[in-house]
Design a protein around this ligand. Sequence first.
Ligand SMILES: [Zn+2]
Length: 157
Amino acid sequence: MTENESKPTLEFKRSSIHGIGGFATGPIRLGTLVIEYVGQIITKTESLSRCEAGNTSIFELDDERDIDGAVSWNPARFLNHSCAPNCDAELIDGQIWIVARRDISAGEEITFNYGYDREDYREHPCRCGAPGCLGYIVAEEFFPALQEGQGLEFRRV
Ligand SMILES: [Zn+2]
């Protein structure tokens, strides 16, 4: 980010995708670190038990630690998934950042791919409204199988 660019700010309000979403209050350029995904740093053991309890806000930080974003001080938890997102979640220097994958206009909703595994994917329907929405919240690596009209069950990837 150059000195001339102000830090991107987001406005959180009702989203047509789901619940509350984050919206750009001004233009955001490709590659901008939009917002950090913060949370509680937890061990893999703790992470596993929280995931099994249905927590879907956990990201992997490294081989030993994950981060649980389901905390009040993490506004990025409101960001919605899209099958055609304008941001990516990236691990940068031990932190998770939501990074613009293209130029974003003022007023656009900030979205990224949640990167869910195929396990129980039918329990996570997607209503992002993007052209070509896959119908389920899954990582991009599973898109081809869904686009071919196959389910994700019993498939080796
Ligand atoms: Zn979708």
